[in-house]
Design a protein around this ligand. Structure first.
Ligand code: XMP
Length: 517
């Protein structure tokens, strides 16, 4: 059965729109496996993947431009159903004998869709449907073999179909939440048109993946850098399930972890999961290297470099190692081949600090590289990882170092740790805590005057940061209720020695970043 898992696949050809990962999310949520592929993938490669359907994505480009991205025209002759979304629909029109023209004013926002023919794509839906539009071109004449199946006030060809070839096009974006019935439209394409079977679940993924890991590793040995974060934890437990104690995990205490984190990681992975865990207490090594360092980039480089040295030393002690297991996720893989590059490419570069150089003498084992973050969380739960690990907020590789502005000392680490625990405890009581991407404390290097009892104080300031985000690329500051802010502030000032002021960061990303360094 597990060999069957990837047979039901949908190919999403990526023309560079910002919503492409959402298309993939909607397909995966419908329990169908899909891959985002470059728009100019060769015909033979595409055929070898044996897709049950093809989705042509949107794009910031215009099909009317000379340099516009186009897929191999023969994809129309493969006998595979196609759904073109926005630009993808215009690609269909342009490859056939339709016409696409620029509209004088870009249509952006919600529109009422009137269904003219409720065949397969709109099965079970009633007009008008609210849909999300975002386009500057539109189809002025559909290809001869197509019929119009929906329109809006401003867009006469809002959806079209060629029943004979099972080709469909929609001008709106069914993948975004602003098209409330969008997921149903995508599911109609998957199940009614492509006849997919919904068999992509995390339980089936475990069987599939365990088999693949065993095949790949054979009798070899695998090492994994375990940080206690979601991705490395799920990777370690999955690989352990496949090859047992031929997996060796290295957990480095860089002295920059949160309060109680070391004990939690050790207890979870040794007592509960019985992993081979090599714990390296390198606190002093890291902190000695960081003495006097205040520049954020230098901090990152020192921490990254030291981590690699320590990991190497430990790996050598273990003996011959064949594979290095890493928790690479699907979005990282997509970004590396995406047509757009975009801001994500630059933002991510500093995130690989904890990562390892590519010239290590191991082969890579990346069992999560087909998964999105929320799939990894479901997988982690299925593997028995506790919610405290699986639902963890992201934590940067350089740890608290990038949350201590200025020099890192043991005393300043103590202050930040004590404040951070209070933030975590109080934020967990917030009813919307699960919607928060990250919430944490930052320690500033400035001191200010306060008064405690009859005493004048001159102490540090803690910043409270809480943001909501989908992927860390953009973020909004969270409107935390005043009483929670008040409680956090009172507790930090009363309980944490060395702090007499708490402020709340109300900046969003961009132009700010989530972390302060
Ligand atoms: P910024 O601060 O760039 O952060 O808005 C975006 C997301 O990335 C995390 N982050 C890092 N993660 N190593 C990491 O592994 C890093 O050096 C690093 N810097 C930022 C940050 O916590 C947020 O989730």
């Amino acid at each position: 059965m597990s060999q069957e898992l990837h047979k039901e696949m949908i190919a999403i050809l990526d023309f560079g729109a910002q919503y492409n990962q959402l298309i993939a999310r909607r397909v995966r949520e419908s329990k169908v496996y899909c891959k985002i592929l470059p728009f100019d993938i060769s015909l033979s490669k595409l055929i070898s993947l044996n897709p049950k359907g093809i989705i042509l994505s949107g794009s910031p480009a215009s099909v009317t431009q000379k340099e516009a991205p186009f897929p191999h025209p023969e994809i129309l002759n493969l006998g595979i159903p196609i759904l073109g979304i926005c630009y993808g629909m215009q690609v269909l029109a342009q490859l056939l004998d339709g016409e696409v023209t620029s509209i004088s004013k870009r249509e952006y926002g919600k529109a009422d869709l009137i269904i003219d023919n409720d065949g397969e794509l709109f099965y079970g839906m009633k007009s008008p449907l609210i849909v999300w539009m975002s386009h500057e071109d539109q189809i002025s004449k559909p290809p001869t073999s197509f019929e119009i199946i929906a329109h809006t006030k401003n867009c006469p060809v809002a959806a079209m179909k060629d029943r004979k070839h099972r080709f469909y096009g929609v001008q709106f974006h069914p993948e975004v939440v602003h098209t409330p019935q969008g997921k149903k439209i995508i599911q109609n394409f998957l199940f009614r048109i492509c006849k997919c079977i919904p068999n992509w679940t995390m339980s089936s993924f475990i069987d599939y993946s365990v088999e693949r890991i065993r095949e790949k590793v054979g009798n070899g040995k695998v090492v994994c850098a375990l940080s206690g974060g979601v991705d490395s934890s799920v990777t370690a437990v999955l690989v352990n399930k496949a090859i047992g104690d031929r997996l060796e995990c290295v957990f480095v205490n860089n002295g920059l972890l949160r309060k109680d984190e070391i004990e939690e990681v050790i207890v979870t992975f040794t007592c509960h999961f019985h992993l081979n865990l090599h714990y390296v207490d390198a606190e002093n090594r890291f902190l000695n290297k960081l003495v006097g360092i205040t520049d954020p980039e230098r901090k990152r480089k020192i921490i990254g470099g030291e981590f690699i040295r320590i990991f190497w030393e430990e790996a050598r002690k273990i003996g011959k190692i064949d594979f290095l297991a890493q928790g690479t996720l699907y979005p990282d893989v997509i970004e590396s081949h995406s047509t757009k590059g975009g801001p994500s490419a630059t933002i991510k570069s500093h995130h690989n600090v904890g990562g390892l150089p590519s010239n290590m003498p191991f082969k890579l084992l990346e069992p999560l590289k087909d998964l999105f973050k929320d799939e990894v969380r479901i997988l982690g739960k299925k593997l028995g990882l506790p919610n405290t690990v699986v639902d963890r907020q992201p934590f940067p590789g350089p740890g608290l170092a990038v949350r201590i502005i200025g020099e890192i000392t043991k005393e300043r680490l103590r202050i930040l740790r004590d404040a951070d625990v209070i933030v975590a405890q109080e934020m967990q009581k917030y009813e919307k805590f699960s919607e928060i991407w990250q919430s944490f404390a930052v320690l500033l290097p400035i001191r200010s005057v306060g008064v405690m009892g009859d005493e004048r104080t001159y102490e540090y300031t803690i910043v409270l940061r809480a943001v909501s985000s989908l992927d860390g690329m953009t973020a909004n500051w969270v409107r935390i209720p005043y009483d929670i802010l008040d409680k956090i502030s009172r507790r930090i000032i009363n309980e944490v020695r060395g702090v007499n002021r708490v402020v709340y960061d109300i900046s969003s990303k961009p132009p700010s970043t989530i972390e302060w360094e």
